[in-house]
Design a protein around this ligand. Structure first.
Ligand SMILES: [Zn+2]
Length: 126
């Protein structure tokens, strides 16, 4: 039998070196199995395609955030001022519903209080 064990293990260790060297490249092509969003898509837009993406990209996203330390990171398409406005609009809608309910249950004092809150919010949101 012409079997050279030393050669085989040498080859194996060379092979595993190659695998290890290729590892970083492989990690760049992370794709969500569920929706097909790539890690690159996610990095570009800051948005994931589905809930599975979070699991798929969680580790890489963390690494990405570390790499981007000190640089602007996309946290969403909505700028802060717009987000605040949107929040106030939601608060406003909630108050309007509350006011209607107060009126319906004939709690006019409460309705009037809420009306004042609504007017103040409307001024703030301008
Ligand atoms: Zn996905």
């Amino acid at each position: 039998m012409n079997f050279n064990f030393t050669n085989v293990t040498d080859n194996l260790s060379q092979y595993s070196d190659v695998l290890q060297n290729q590892e970083p490249n492989h990690q760049k092509v992370v794709v969500c199995d569920n929706c097909g969003t790539t890690l690159e898509d996610f990095m570009d837009s800051g948005f994931v395609g589905c809930a599975e993406c979070y699991k798929t990209f969680a580790v890489h996203a963390r690494k990405f955030a570390e790499d981007m330390h000190g640089r602007a990171i996309h946290v969403g398409k909505v700028p802060k001022a717009e987000a605040t406005k949107a929040m106030k609009r939601r608060e406003l809608e909630k108050l309007i519903v509350e006011k209607d309910m107060a009126v319906k249950s004939e709690e006019y004092l409460k309705a009037d209080e809420i009306k004042k809150k609504i007017e103040k919010l409307r001024e703030d949101a301008r």
